[in-house]
Design a protein around this ligand. Sequence first.
Ligand code: SF4
Length: 187
Amino acid sequence: MRGVETLDELRARAEACTRCPLHRGRTRVVFGEGPPDAKVMFVGEGPGYQEDRQGRPFVGDAGKILTQLIEAAGMRREEVYIANVVKCRPPGNRAPEPGEAEACAGYLDGQLHHVNPRIVVALGRIAARRLLGREIAVGKEHGRLYPLGPRRLLVTYHPAACLYGKGVRPLLEEDFRSLGRMVKEVL
Ligand code: SF4
C-alpha cells in the first residue's frame, strides 16, 4: 500500500483491482462503507449475491440481521464501518480461499489504518482468521476480546449462521450485548 494514499484512493484502486481470480466473476467491487472515522468496524467474509449487484456490504438477508444486531447494541448502522476480507464475490458464495484473502489484505489493512476504529468485530471464522493470523474455532472462542494492535477485537459468528442454525442467534445477540457494553465503556 502506498503511504500517501487516501481512503478514497484506496477504494478507487480496489475498484480496478485484478490481483486475484475473484475479479473475473464480480459485478461490482464491494469496498465497504461507513464514516471514515467510525469507532467500530465490522469485518465479514466477502460479498454475496445482493452485495455483488449493489456494490454495498451486508445488504442481503444476513445484512438485515447485522443491522438488527447493531441496533440492539445501541448503535446505528450509519455510524459504524462495514467491510469484508475480500472485496469481490467468491463464486457460489463459497468462503474466500487463503490466497484470495492474502491478495486482498492490503485493502482491509488500509481501511483499518485510515478509519482507525477503536473496536473491530470479526464476523465469522474467515474474518477472525484473517485478523488474528491463526485458525480459530468460533464456537469456542466467540464473545472473547483480543488485542489487535491499539484496538480491541471481538470475535463472533457471521450473521448468516442464523439463517442455517436457529441456535446461533441467541449467541450472536449475547455477543452484541457485550459489544454494546464495551462501546459504552471504551468510547
Ligand atoms: S478480491 Fe480483492 S484482491 Fe481479489 S480482485 Fe477483488 S479487490 Fe482485488
